[in-house]
Design a protein around this ligand. Structure first.
Ligand SMILES: *Cc1c(COP(=O)(O)O)cnc(C)c1O
Length: 365
């Protein structure tokens, strides 16, 4: 547990927790983002007091004034991370300090107050402890944690809010893909971009997701699983999927991924994959890669694999890419060798099954 911060937490246990047999039933096949735990974390902020009123309390609907700023101007940020049940009965968090830091990077971009990293970590650890029975123990299962902050001032004027709610909710989740990750098909967004230079692409804010939904809908209509976005300025460079970063694997064993130029979300999975690949002695480039090059390299065989990565789905092979002009296949069209190896390595560290040279796994007592 973290050193106590200056904001003391009150623990107000749920009076009506889900009973053990009902919980077990819900954990059999939880899917993603549908099964929620008994508690939530909540901390308030206002201009006068700063952060105050920290609590772990029963999960329940919010009472929000219809004029709350977040409902009109979308001043909102979030994070996504997982707690794992380890074989020795302990609980692990994967690089949670990176989420704490990124949360504050997002807060600054959205003109919101920063939350001390220790307080962020304490809220996570306390909620996981309170709801530890909700961590699935089946293969691939985990407790998905969703910290977020909303502007709660009751005011329709356009300005940064003078009040905020920070909260963490937790959701028991199964393996994102059952039986290993199948290769997904990707649609190249034509008319829509996700983020522009100077915009909010590097911040984890709900608005980015709202703006990506129509392109994702277009991808589904085209018979694809996911959408990939090109840069807004030249419509030439591959950026990322709606919620996952993208990697390319070449026939010389090297890897490339688009650089963090401000329009891409700096994924913690992305950073971890880069580190694992460098540890393995592979050549890794963070450099712009164009759609034209991607197509040409896939057709010539120079590109042998591609994958997307993020906390929810870990590492997901990309099997084919579709555009109005046609479709190109990557490698065999199925999961590639290096993609599979990197996925297994990362999962093994997250589950406490492998050596952890960078001390990524944080154990809760
Ligand atoms: C969260 C997110 C990612 C992945 O980040 P991780 O830290 O690896 O989970 C990638 N792209 C976008 C747009 C995201 O919101």
């Amino acid at each position: 547990m973290h050193a106590p911060t200056t904001v003391p937490f009150r623990f107000d246990p749920s009076a009506t927790p889900v009973d053990a047999s009902e919980r077990a039933a819900r954990l059999v096949d939880p899917g993603f983002g549908r099964v929620f735990t008994d508690h939530m974390a909540l901390i308030r902020w206002d201009d006068a007091q700063g952060w105050h009123d920290a609590q772990i309390t029963a999960r329940k609907p919010l009472t929000l004034d219809p004029a709350a700023a977040v409902l009109h101007y979308a001043q909102e940020i979030f994070e996504g991370m997982k707690a794992y049940s380890l074989e020795d009965g302990g609980i692990g968090l994967f690089r949670p300090e990176m989420n704490a830091r990124r949360f504050n990077d997002s807060a600054r971009r959205m003109a919101m107050p920063e939350l001390p990293e220790a307080l962020f970590l304490e809220s996570i650890e306390r909620l996981v402890q309170a709801d530890r029975d909700w961590i699935p123990t089946m293969e691939g299962g985990s407790l998905y944690l969703r910290p977020f902050m909303i502007a709660s001032e009751v005011f329709l004027g356009v300005k940064p809010s003078s009040e905020y709610l920070y909260m963490v909710i937790a959701s028991s989740v199964g393996a994102y893909f059952k039986g290993g990750a199948p290769a997904v098909s990707i649609w190249v967004s034509q008319g829509y971009t996700r983020a522009a230079p100077g915009g909010t692409g590097a911040a984890k804010c709900g608005g980015n997701y709202a703006a990506s939904l129509l392109a994702q809908k277009e991808a589904i209509a085209q018979g694809c699983d996911q959408v990939v976005f090109l840069d807004a300025a030249e419509r030439k460079w591959v950026e990322e999927l709606g919620g996952m970063n993208v990697f390319f694997v070449f026939d010389d064993g090297s890897l490339a991924t688009p650089p963090l130029s401000g329009t891409i979300l700096p994924g913690i999975t992305r950073d971890s994959v880069l580190t694992l690949a460098r540890d393995a002695g592979l050549t890794v480039r963070e450099e712009p890669y164009s759609l034209d090059q991607w197509r040409a390299d896939a057709q010539s065989g120079r590109l042998v694999e591609a994958f997307a990565c993020g906390t929810a789905a870990v590492v997901t092979p990309i099997g084919s890419v579709a555009e109005p002009a046609g479709r190109f296949t990557i490698g065999s069209g199925g999961p590639g060798q290096l993609t599979t190896k990197l996925r297994e390595q990362l999962v093994a560290i997250q589950r406490g099954h492998a050596a952890d040279p960078h001390q990524w796994l944080r154990r809760l007592d």
